[in-house]
Design a protein around this ligand. Structure first.
Ligand SMILES: [Fe+2]
Length: 296
């Protein structure tokens, strides 16, 4: 199997670890696991050792996007292909891979300078069932679909699509939408060849941070409504109201994370369609309730 199979993990720089631990555990329902020191914490959502690594530091933004390949053969093939394309990458030491709890690891940047880590062989702990940080109706949707999806800052769509195709991640423009009066915005999306998740990375807006938003998904619509109500009751800022996207069918809302980018909490997504199509609007909803973080 060639290419990236899923969004495996994210490393997130965090200025305020205490705030993030409460946000992740008590609000989102992720399991917070202490790291080797107070400047590190792991967030779980399934049997994996972690799906997020919180790293205390001066940068409130994503510091690594972990993209999984299936095995060592796929890892070697992708490294060769990057070499043929002249894309700079570094195969990491065993120690570096061990710190990420993976068998092998390489690091590179995408054309916008976003930090990528390609790996295979994550540590999966079937001896340690997921324990949510607070009550949940259902479970997080991961499995072959990965942890969810992300939207990254950048506006050179042709360059974005060309680069991620090298990683085995096809996609195209899926929205041409009038998000501001008289201005059509184009957004592009890439998925994996398995198509389990309609998109893994979204792209098309500039931003003051690399990360625009992270989407996590439950298999129960009640978790979306419950989390939405909790946001309202606890004063967590909701940026985009409840709504349903036309491309991935996600029924979701977007709220502000402690790092100044958004978290999308959703339910009901579909796999990537076999044939391309694009949309001018969502099913309904997703009204902008406050100015988007990157415009402030
Ligand atoms: Fe999203």
């Amino acid at each position: 199997m060639y290419g990236v199979t899923e969004l495996g993990y994210l490393a997130l720089g965090a200025k305020d670890m205490a705030h993030w631990r409460v946000f992740a555990g008590d609000f989102l329902g992720l399991e917070v696991v202490d790291g080797s020191n107070s400047a590190e914490a792991f967030l779980r959502m399934d049997f994996w050792h972690h799906r997020f690594i919180l790293e205390e530091g001066p940068v409130d933004d994503v510091t690594a996007i972990g993209l999984r390949v299936s095995d060592d053969d796929a890892f070697e093939k992708l490294a060769s292909r990057l070499g043929e394309e002249g894309i700079v990458h570094r195969i990491c030491s065993n120690d570096e891979a061990e710190r990420r709890r993976v068998l092998r690891l390489m690091k590179l940047q995408d054309p916008d300078g976003h930090p990528l880590e390609i790996f295979h062989g994550p540590l999966v702990e079937f001896n340690k069932p997921f324990h949510p940080g607070r009550r949940m109706y259902g479970q997080f949707v991961t499995g072959d679909a990965g942890l969810g999806h992300i939207q990254m800052a950048g506006v050179d769509i042709a360059r974005f699509l060309k680069f991620y195709r090298v990683l085995g991640m096809p996609g195209d423009i899926e929205y041409k939408a009038e998000l501001a009066p008289g201005k059509i915005s184009e957004l592009a999306f890439v998925h994996t060849s398995g198509r389990e998740r309609q998109h893994v990375i979204a792209y098309g807006f500039n931003g003051t941070k690399r990360m625009n938003h992270i989407m996590i998904e439950s298999n129960s619509i009640d978790d979306v409504i419950y989390t939405y109500e909790m946001a309202k009751q606890t004063g967590i800022e909701i940026v985009l109201d409840l709504g349903r996207h036309s491309n991935d069918f996600q029924y979701s809302f977007y709220c502000m994370s402690p790092s100044g980018y958004m978290m999308e909490y959703g339910w009901g997504s579909r796999p990537a369609p076999v044939q391309s199509e694009y949309y001018a609007a969502d099913f309904y909803g997703h009204a902008l309730l406050t100015p988007p973080p990157w415009t402030r």
